[in-house]
Design a protein around this ligand. Structure first.
Ligand SMILES: CC(C)(COP(=O)(O)OP(=O)(O)OC[C@H]1O[C@@H](n2cnc3c(N)ncnc32)[C@H](O)[C@@H]1OP(=O)(O)O)[C@@H](O)C(=O)NCCC(=O)NCCS
Length: 116
């Protein structure tokens, strides 16, 4: 996924039966952690123009639309929105990521998982 200072996310998908359980968010947190661990500074991706749900998820990770690739998806000819986020290696981004971690796990970073 990552090369040098820029990381690129190709595809993420969650089983439709399991949508809406923050699994996508957890995958994204793992990918952002991996990019940061490897020295990434910016992360980019493409998403279907019509895919408002995925775009809303990426916005929570501070991705912003920066361009359009016309007819990017060959099967349908749909445009892709190019989204990216800069400065993922900075402390302010770590704060954002920890906030999302807490949101999807209900725990602060480093807090142990309660025993059953
Ligand atoms: C996009 C995808 C990975 C999200 O996975 P998920 O586990 O269902 O998503 P989550 O439960 O983690 O939701 C994360 C956020 O995405 C947004 N979101 C997800 N589904 C949404 C929907 N149907 N409508 C609006 N927003 C949606 C919300 O902002 C949500 O955050 P919130 O619950 O705090 O409001 C999943 O819908 C999927 O696999 N889609 C098909 C493949 C795809 O589109 N991949 C992305 C291609 S780039």
């Amino acid at each position: 996924m990552s090369s040098g200072l820029e990381a690129h996310i190709t595809t993420i998908a969650v089983d439709p039966l399991l949508h809406g359980r923050h699994i996508g968010m957890k995958i994204m947190i793992c990918l952002m952690d991996a990019a940061i661990e490897r020295g990434g500074r910016t992360v980019s991706l493409e998403v279907r123009k019509s895919n408002a749900g995925a775009q809303a998820m990426y916005e929570q990770f501070a991705f912003q639309p920066v361009g359009v690739r016309r007819g990017y998806y060959i099967e349908t000819g749909e445009d892709a929105v190019v989204m990216w986020v800069d400065g993922v290696n900075e402390p302010s981004y770590s704060t954002r990521l920890n906030g999302l971690r807490e949101k999807v796990t209900g725990k602060a970073p480093g807090e142990p998982t309660p025993q059953a």
